[in-house]
Design a binder for this molecule. Sequence first.
Ligand code: F6R
Length: 592
Amino acid sequence: MCGIVGSVGLHNPHDYILDGLKLLNYRGYDSAGLAYFEHGIKIYKDKGSVEHLETLVPHNFSSLVAIGHTRWATHGVANKTNSHPHLSYHQKITIVHNGVIENYQEIKNFLLKEKYDFYSETDTEVIANLLDYFYTKNNDMLMSIKESISLINGSYAICLFNDDHPDVLYVMKRSSPLLIGHGDGFNLVSSDASAMIKYTNKFIDLNDKEYGIVTKDNIQIFNEKGEAVNKEYISRDIADIAIDLKGYPHYMVKEIEEIPDVCAKLLSTYYKDGDYHFDKELIDALSKANHIIFIACGTSYHASLVGGRLFESFANISTSEYIASEWANHPRITGEWPFVIMLSQSGETADLISCLKIIEEKKIPSLVITNTEGSTLDRKCQYSLLLHAGKEVSVASTKAYVAQVSLLALIVGAVSKQKYIYEDLLKATSYINNVQNNIEKIRNIASNIKKSESLYFLGRGYDYLLSLEASLKLKEVSYIHSEAFPGGEIKHGPIALIDKNTPVIVFITDEENAVHMRNNIQEVVARGAKVYVISTKSLAKKDDDIVLDDFPYYLTSVVSSTFAFYLAYYTSLLKGYNVDRPRNLAKSVTVE
Ligand code: F6R
């Protein structure tokens, strides 16, 4: 979703601001803008890409301060007026903002009575004017920020400058990430370390309701009471945050092809010297739990379904899996000793952050499995395990899904003290390359389905859980309507929609379910459907489309998922879409 960059003290901030915005564009956006101070405030912004913004902006600007933004529309359509930066009514404060202000209407009503006019439909302009309102009264920017923080509900990462002090940036943060990068004679601000890593690897991470003043040589941070806070510098593993296509045409295919390496890194991190390698306290807490509640969204939710089944089958611990926005609304807590596992690639998903508040209130032990070190969930959950999958840039998640499932299998191995789970995983990951030998066949299937309006994925057991992810991936990047069903469920309704125009993609990798699945295939073939079968050698039939080497059935999400990811990728390419940035989607969903 939205992205922020800011700089103070850089000689010519043009490159940092525009390159930084380009590095953030993987998050998903629909408009972009920037502002700086050169003989007055200069603002350039429009609907469309950062490349388009670049054509509007002068090549050089010598300004001590500059701020930039990519916007993903929440309040008000995507157009030039609603794009950031926003200027306050008295033309004093120029601001960029990520997040959503929940009580913006209330504040706007108050400001309207105080004779403030508004030009955009955004909640951001309301904050600009609230700051302006206080500043007009007290002429003190830090005091105005403190007063505003006490009135604003919602999430925000804000960077701004004031016309009266164009050598200073101000920052404020709640529930949306914001980092300050420290350089020699300059300081930077961004919602994402990757935008700053070319300039510095020394960061200050703001906590909720902290705010601060940033000059070229100094950073001062305050808490909501206005007390100065001492902040430590942190650094980040560059390999984990670097954004580089490494010669691939798209991030999605690069990330699919990284999956075997991601698994190898995960296995060597969490299995050492012949045994599982986890914090003992975490494994004890999980072993003591009599019910595990999984909470996640989208692809991460699909990984949690696999994790839940693994815990039940191999560790004998019952589980429930919930979509975060639903659980937040109706928090079901089962069992005398519950334990919550949250899965989140980004670690910043707003729906999960609201669940975490409930979990903290109820004092339930919690673990987050995330790919993003230093993210809100990484910092706030009682326990955190990193995926070490390297930055995932493609909006459609691929390698993070496989890493999540693999890490869950390793945790289950540690809790149940069964080493063969590690060995099975090692074997399974070595078969992922096997899918790559079928690229031509996958491309052919993509070509056959690309004109379909609707499509089904079918599977049973773990293959059904994988089908859910395969279906989400295909619809995200190819815009083909797609649904996943357990093989046994189609005759209870969905079969009504099957005809010769409905391709059906079937996974058969589990011996126990193979015969039933073959029967389900006959049911859809009898209604005219064109069926594509992905099976394993020992279960294959003559006409199956893709036959993989045998692997442990419960790891189909680790192996066969690569087929599903390639299928989505090639279908999207054949349809001429922007596969890395599908319409309407954002990488990190920081609004509820
Ligand atoms: C799908 C996808 C999304 C995310 C979901 C949760 O390809 O990427 O469905 O999985 O938005 O995001 P995280 O895992 O960052 O919490």
